[in-house]
Design a protein around this ligand. Structure first.
Ligand SMILES: [Zn+2]
Length: 482
């Protein structure tokens, strides 16, 4: 029998804010030692009173807007009651029946095919503390307790590991474009769970849902869903029945493992959070958030392709990351039509990307500013330097932070475009290599490459290649006539 998988995704993303969700403690998980960013509110002390972080609310609404959701005019927070050592209060403040955003969708390409995945809801809640296990003890770090967290839930519209991978990739790209989350899965800033059920192909009845938690990388998403699909099919094929359970993804053994039987919503005894006022999002507030919507990845890719006449694949690479797209467009702007946008794209995508990746540097910390790259490309276009020298100069700019003209001047790298000087070198080369010259004259034209190479060598790579080729052709023609 053939089976199909039906998958829903839940993504938790930590929101980039200065302070935590309900208290003024810094939202900063990197700099401080454990339990340094805490107060009575995020430690869950009885009687401590929370306040709502406006920036986190706005970031969630902005995300909902980017995911084509309806934004609630009236919303509230609820208590989700459960006990766990990383949850000091015994409940998490979350949103239950009135999420900030609902009924949206995200359009994604899966293997080149357009797909639309429904977004059921985007709601706002607080993160728990972090448990650190080791040496026979478990420690708790409350710095993460109360960090603003948004939960993004899809409809059960996905059917394969590829769907899930494409969805997550697009979602993370949007979160980063919006600047609302780093989306870094390896740091736990974006975490994902998948609900998966299998049913015979053509059946209208869905199978039993199994939830997979602890999926910590894009690769694991694919592996976990593929594994769980096969496991469930095997159980059904053997005449077994599936239980509604929560499984965890075991990254080391590449398998899902049983964690616990799944709680239903009733187990959480949700009720409205009595210490926080409900929120009304009026038209004025709605519009002011809408006004902050940046150009989103698909729109930007389409515009960049059209406006600069780029190859689609190049435009996609350049707009994958908002900061790269900003960098590229800055260079083009400084070049002010003197250099073809496709040339700029080639230099960013090949040479600059190589230097960034070799040194593991993010574009935000690129030591070569857009203006500096434009200056280098200007020298290249003006034929002050040739392409080989330009690559060398860019490497040095990257290392030293110096300007292109400064490096060219200091190292005497200017291109030799003096025809008389080059002719002298060409004649020397022809004298030194009479063998290849004879071959050329006998009709073996590919020897030209060798002779050009010899001239470049004698000029330490600084000769104007086009000019060298011209002079060589002319000199060889003269010999032919002689
Ligand atoms: Zn606090």
């Amino acid at each position: 029998m053939e089976y199909i998988a039906t998958i829903g995704m839940e993504v938790h993303a930590e929101i980039l804010t200065q302070t935590k969700m309900f208290c003024p403690c810094p939202n900063d998980l990197t700099a401080a030692g454990p339990n340094t960013h805490t107060c009575p509110v995020c430690l869950g002390m009885p009687g401590a009173l929370p306040t709502i972080n406006r920036t986190a609310v706005e970031a969630t609404i902005l995300t909902g807007m980017a995911l084509n959701c309806s934004i609630a005019e009236f919303t509230k927070f609820d208590r989700k009651n459960y006990f766990y050592p990383d949850l000091a209060k015994g409940y998490q403040v979350s949103q239950y029946d009135l999420p900030l955003c609902s009924n949206g969708h995200l359009d994604v390409l899966v293997d080149g095919e357009p797909r639309r995945f429904g977004i059921r809801r985007v709601h706002l809640e607080e993160d728990t503390a972090r448990l650190v296990h080791g040496n026979g003890v478990s420690l708790i770090d409350f710095n993460r307790s109360g960090v603003p967290l948004m939960e993004i839930v899809t409809e059960a519209d996905l059917h394969s590991p590829e769907d899930a991978h494409a969805y997550l990739t697009k979602l993370r790209q949007i979160l980063r474009y919006l600047g609302v989350s780093t989306g870094n899965m390896d740091e736990g800033a974006m975490r994902c769970e998948a609900n998966i059920s299998v049913s015979p192909k053509g059946s209208s009845v869905l199978g039993t849902r199994v939830e997979i938690k602890n999926i910590n990388s894009f690769r694991s998403v694919r592996q976990a869903i593929a594994y769980e699909f096969e496991r469930q099919v095997r159980v059904l094929e053997e005449g077994g029945r599936l239980q509604q359970v929560t499984m965890g993804w075991d990254e080391n053994n590449l398998r899902t493992v049983f964690q616990r039987s799944k709680e239903g919503a009733e187990d959480y005894r949700y009720f409205p959070e009595p210490d926080l006022p409900p929120l009304t999002i009026d038209e004025h507030w709605f519009k002011s958030i809408q006004g902050r919507m940046p150009e989103l990845p698909d729109a930007r890719c389409a515009r960049v392709t059209e406006q600069y006449g780029l190859r689609t694949a190049d435009a996609e690479l350049l707009t994958q990351d908002r900061l790269v797209a900003d960098y590229y467009e800055d260079v083009v702007r400084v070049c002010d039509k003197k250099i073809a946008p496709q040339t700029v794209a080639n230099w960013v995508l090949v040479e600059l990307f190589r230097l960034l990746s070799e040194t593991n540097t993010e574009i935000a910390r690129c030591p070569v500013s857009p203006a500096a790259l434009a200056e280098l490309l200007g020298l290249l276009t003006a034929e002050t330097i040739n392409g080989t020298t330009a690559k060398e100069v860019l490497s040095e700019m990257f290392r030293s932070g110096k300007g292109a003209a400064e490096i060219v001047e200091a190292r005497g790298l200017s291109q030799i475009s003096d025809a008389d000087a080059l002719r002298t070198v060409v004649l020397q080369v022809l004298e030194q290599h009479s063998g290849p010259v004879q071959q050329y004259l006998a009709g073996k034209s590919q020897v030209m490459g060798f002779l050009v190479g010899q001239v470049m060598r004698q000029t330490r790579g600084k000769a104007n290649v086009a000019l060298v080729t011209d002079i060589l052709r002319q000199a060889l023609a003269e010999r032919n006539q002689a």
